[in-house]
Design a protein around this ligand. Structure first.
Ligand SMILES: [Fe+2]
Length: 195
């Protein structure tokens, strides 16, 4: 289930808003220029090929307002494999890297097909913590300050939509704000206690 929690950027322990309501979540981020939404495209088999996964989202991809830019879709598959120590270390390295505030020179767009991840979006003195899951669309305009947590045991499949033919790199802000925020497991645990 999708979860959105909004905190002041200076105090992650305070909750300004907490909701699991998809419609409310879809309406809230408008001031950020970001977009959260739900895009149920029908059941996509867990083991579907990359081509089949992109094909399942073709209408959504086509409908996405790219402002005249080219669209390029790629799949991202992270499957939990705790028997492979090298995989575990690589994934946790990547997790540590992206749990740091960064921006991109291009929009960051995800369609989560199976499983999800947690995004922290900083704007207007607040941090929007979005635990995204199956069916969620997340779109962050270029320049949005954010960080990302795929969790201790990541397992998800998604389509990334790129609106550029160039590389897509993160630019880290060097601001240590993320250090004061909970990881996804704690966000979910805290939410369960609050309900
Ligand atoms: Fe990013």
């Amino acid at each position: 289930m999708t979860l959105l929690r909004v905190t002041p950027e200076a105090d992650p322990t305070r909750t300004l808003l907490r909701t699991r309501d998809d419609r409310q979540i879809a309406e809230i981020p408008a001031p950020l220029g970001a977009c959260f939404g739900n895009r149920e495209v029908g059941r996509v088999d867990r083991d579907a090929s990359d081509a089949a996964l992109v094909a399942a989202y073709s209408a959504e991809i086509e409908a996405f307002d790219s402002d005249g830019r080219d669209r390029r879709a790629e799949t991202v598959t992270v499957r939990l494999d705790e028997t492979n120590q090298e995989w575990v270390e690589d994934v946790q390295d990547s997790r540590r890297t992206y749990f740091n505030e960064h921006t991109h020179s291009e929009d960051e767009i995800w369609f989560f097909a199976d499983g999800g991840a947690c995004f922290y979006i900083r704007a207007e003195g607040k941090v929007h913590i979005l635990v995204a899951t199956d069916g969620n669309l997340l779109s962050l305009p270029a320049g949005t300050r954010h960080w990302f947590d795929m969790g201790l045991r990541p397992d998800f499949r998604a389509v990334r939509l790129y609106l550029t033919s160039e590389g897509f790199d993160g630019e880290f802000t060097a601001d240590k704000i993320a250090d004061g925020f909970p990881h996804v497991e704690d966000v979910v645990r805290e939410d369960a206690r609050a309900v």
